[in-house]
Design a protein around this ligand. Sequence first.
Ligand code: SAH
Length: 506
Amino acid sequence: MPIGKAYLVGAGPGDPGLITVKGLECLRQSNVILHDRLVGEEIMRHAPKGTELIYCGKRPDHHAMTQDEINACLVEKALEGHTVCRLKGGDPIVFGRGAEEALELRKAGVPFEIVPGITSAVAAGVYAGIPVTLRGVASSFAVITGHEDPTKDEASVDWRHLATAVDTLVILMGVGGFASIAEELIAGGRDPQTPVAFVSWATHPRQRTVISTLERGTDDIEKHAIKPPAVITVGDVVQSHSELAWHENRPLSGRRVLVTRTREQASELSRLLSEKGAVAVELPVIRIVEPEDWGPFDQAVDCIDEFDWLVLTSGNGVRAVRDRLLERGLDVRALAGPRIAAIGAKTAEAIENLGIRVDVCPDRYVAEALADQLIGEGIQGKRLLVARAAEARDVLIHRGREAGAEVTVTPVYRTLPANAYEKSIIKELGEGKIDVVTFASSSTVRFFLEMLGEDRAKEALSRAKIACIGPITASTATDAGLRVDIQPEDYTIEGLVEAIVDEYRD
Ligand code: SAH
């Protein structure tokens, strides 16, 4: 087998948007990925299905892979013919040992490329409103390790000289050793009152900045329980933080919001929440599976001409229909004939993505609104085919039949409670560490209760605010004895996020 290739790629400091376009391309092309602890999970979602993921960082109860093991693994995988992506936090070279890995690859004759990444040394300041250089204030900066290789005989960082040689000092891995670093800098002539910023988990939703001084820094590390990973910035530029901080000042910064959805659907809500600054904690409560019997849907499709309307009531339904057609060797042309109705904007978008125009889509995302609109179209004597979840509400059917339509309902998927859930999330919820729990459908409410058992679920929810996407979901919650704190006027994911933002507006 021909030799593969290795890419040493910087994943950026944490915000999944901060990987480069080239880095992402390499990631998508690779079939083996070796990744570090500081590489965000969201970036890993870009890895193609079936890619072998090898975690090189420390695990809770295991040792991390040693550098030699990482080198050996990289070389071995590439020699086996794989395209290997070595994904590192920040930039692969800046205290990243990327150069050492490249040397090993070279020795083994493996072709490689190195893709720079946005280093936390610069990004932490950018996201905390602390520019590393600033006209009139700082015209130089240095990036320094606070954690010298303990195997080296003598420390090579000359803190005393650095103290006054550069305007802004950016220190990585310096939390543990800050006391002696500060002492050395002061001994080297830096003013003890020089402002210092500790930015931990920079660019992540949980980013936190603590402002201090050289003199007080050690006490503040203890007082504010500052833990790695953190970037320490020393210099007058730190003063800009009070005016330029933006990432931590977003409307939901510091809030933790539970997203109870299906695995497939969670990402949109999570993305919008994190855009507003919240930490989205995903707890899948639903699984989408095939209907027990495809017969009714298949038969309906085989005589699609006999229907006047095809009604789709969710994105999951649209995807299920598409997959079923493909599975049977058909495609969307098999749906030609009836006019198309969608329950809401997201469903309409999913349909349009298949290249099918939607004829009717109500503004409000509930079955009643869709029924009203269809009735407005004049459905008396018409034949409606409704493709939807096996266990959906029957409003559309009743209203349609009342209006004189002949309604055929065919299940195209089923929703079942998730098989398992993450205990640590439920623990956090019980401890009041989650501010808001979102429910984006009645079934998420029901399945959440079912998954945990009613008593445990209620207890877990007692300390969080409950947000429901619309009136139906809200009444499912109140019927089950839950209190609903947040409910948008606009029954969409965007509306839900806005309502949560409103709740926390001061
Ligand atoms: N190659 C990385 C640095 C690796 S050394 C880069 O270019 O960013 C690891 C140190 O980087 C951590 O101890 C911490 O000081 C810093 N670091 C990395 N990511 C960080 C983040 N998101 N927030 C704060 N510090 C971070």
